[in-house]
Design a protein around this ligand. Structure first.
Ligand SMILES: Cc1cc2nc3c(=O)[nH]c(=O)nc-3n(C[C@H](O)[C@H](O)[C@H](O)COP(=O)(O)OP(=O)(O)OC[C@H]3O[C@@H](n4cnc5c(N)ncnc54)[C@H](O)[C@@H]3O)c2cc1C
Ligand code: FES
Length: 252
């Protein structure tokens, strides 16, 4: 159980929720996620919890913050939760983004950029001498958010509104790239990274039911033909493991 400290609309159907976690719990790292029970107390409708990435953590206050967009019934129910309500969640789950001692370029699509914020915070703390470049794209002006948050952490932030965020990225500028957003956006990033022989980490956005490796709803194929569970083995994977550069799509 977690206590909701804040659940506020930021813009155009996007909300920020901060919850207070039990003091003994591990809060998690960038790229990990929580399964959030969105049905009201004593109700099982909807039955399944929803996966939401960690946007930020605060070790001193023992809080976790999520950024989410209302797209259906579950996230709509989440948006109606109030400060002081109790929330049932499971996590942190999955494997997050790995850090290496090098300059990095981050590519985020809309609210999908959320886990890259915590990644940038972690990377800056681990390797303060390294450069972090952020590319962030939104469909329209009404959806723009996070640019100031990223500007406070990164050496440069490039905003794209209405176009393809990957078109702005110089894939020769770094050796290491990280992305999170819609699957088509991440596929475009994987295509460019592959063409430039650069390493890219993606966070697969699959449907999930259990979030803990038991139901196989989130199964994806990989380069060597083996199947992986996005919730347990991911959701973060090196793109070359899950993206078929010859066919130009994620392995199906
Ligand atoms: C590891 C992981 C982390 C995520 N982190 C975030 C986050 O930080 N913030 C955020 O806003 N969203 C995040 N998502 C997506 C979020 O889980 C879905 O938007 C949410 O489950 C939708 O629930 P719903 O009941 O509101 O919509 P539903 O009524 O279940 O679905 C509404 C529409 O969205 C589609 N949809 C549902 N789930 C997904 C999905 N995972 N990928 C693509 N389309 C989907 C459905 O097909 C349908 O068209 C994450 C997903 C994963 C797998
Ligand atoms: S969501 Fe059940 S195995 Fe991944």
């Amino acid at each position: 159980m977690a206590l909701i400290l804040q659940n506020v609309a930021l813009c155009n159907n996007t909300y920020k929720m901060t919850v207070s976690m039990p003091t003994s719990s591990d809060l998690g790292v960038s790229g990990q996620f929580y399964m959030i029970k969105v049905s009201p107390e004593h109700s099982c409708d909807p039955l399944l919890s929803r996966p939401i990435s960690i946007f930020d953590t605060d070790e001193s206050n023992h809080t976790v913050t999520f950024l989410y967009m209302v797209v259906g019934r579950g996230t709509e129910l989440m948006s109606r939760m109030k400060q002081g309500d109790e929330l049932t969640l499971t996590g942190p789950l999955g494997h997050g983004y790995p850090h290496f001692d090098t300059d990095v370029t981050l590519i985020g699509g809309g609210v999908g950029a959320a886990p890259l914020y915590l990644f940038a915070k972690e990377h800056k703390a681990l390797y303060p001498q390294r450069k972090i470049l952020m590319h962030i794209g939104f469909r329209n002006e009404n959806e723009v958010l996070l640019t100031d948050d990223f500007a406070a952490l990164c050496n440069g932030v490039k905003l794209n509104v209405g176009g393809y965020v990957t078109d702005d990225v110089d894939f020769e500028s770094s050796s290491l790239f990280y992305t999170c957003g819609t699957m088509p956006m991440m596929a475009a990033a994987a295509k460019h990274a592959s063409a430039h022989k650069k390493t890219l980490y993606v966070s697969l956005d699959t449907h999930m039911a259990c979030g803990v490796g038991a139901c196989l709803v989130c199964t994806c194929k990989t380069q060597d033909g083996t199947k992986k569970r996005a919730c347990k083995d991911g959701p973060v994977f090196e793109a070359s493991q899950v993206y078929d550069a010859e066919k130009g799509c994620f392995y199906e």
